[in-house]
Design a protein around this ligand. Structure first.
Ligand code: IMP
Length: 191
């Protein structure tokens, strides 16, 4: 089974590949020869996940799975949320995003947050979405060099105190928002 994901993010592909059976191979849209930027014009994760999956489904005429994720910080009323990718500016740069988040949280003692992923599965006959959430807290300085995005600032509540960036892909997959959404999709496929 070869699955083209409606994403151009190789980190997401690596994490999704780690959850799927080894007989499945997963690629980014770019690796599958789709050089266009995937549309992401919605103001919710759900709308963006649907938009990306619909684009790829129409492009290929087959099946498409997308992932739209965001970090919701309670002290910031849920920001950056759907705008997580460009929180530090239009460059969509992970390091700038983390720096912007640390500035926004400077002096803040209430540091609870969550990652949320919405995946959309588009087929020639319809679309279904799946959600995964992981609760955690934000550090005041980065820790760890693995992962991507905001991983170096996020300590999941179900873990042992390490950030996602201090975990292997397999450790992160045991509790991540992305693998929870993906498992919900796999359960649905099986049934
Ligand atoms: P998008 O889903 O590609 O739009 O990602 C939104 C933003 O959240 C980007 O800045 C990503 O780097 C970040 N992000 C998405 N998933 C994760 C994750 O699993 N860990 C850390 N940051 C993430």
């Amino acid at each position: 089974m070869k699955l083209v994901l409606a994403t151009q993010n190789p980190n997401k592909v690596k994490e999704i590949q780690a959850v799927l059976p080894s007989t499945w191979s997963v690629t980014t849209a770019l690796e599958a020869g789709i050089t266009e930027e995937l549309p992401e014009t919605g103001d919710t994760l759900d709308a963006n996940a649907r938009e990306k999956a619909a684009f790829l489904q129409e492009y290929t005429g087959g099946f498409a799975l997308s992932d739209d994720s965001g970090l919701e910080v309670d002290a910031l009323d849920g920001a950056p949320g759907v705008y997580s990718a460009r929180y530090g500016g239009p460059e969509k740069d992970d390091a700038l995003n983390r720096a912007a988040l640390l500035r926004a949280m400077d002096g803040q003692t209430q540091r609870s947050a969550r990652f949320r992923t919405v995946m959309a599965w588009a087929t020639p006959t319809g679309m279904t979405t799946y959600e995964g959430v992981v609760e955690g807290t934000l550090l005041t300085a980065e820790r760890g060099t693995g992962g991507f995005g905001y991983d170096a600032l996020f300590v999941p509540i179900d873990g042992d105190g390490r950030t996602f960036a201090e975990m292997s892909v397999d450790e992160k997959k045991a509790m991540s928002h992305r693998s929870r959404a993906l498992r919900a999709w796999m359960e649905d496929l099986r049934s």
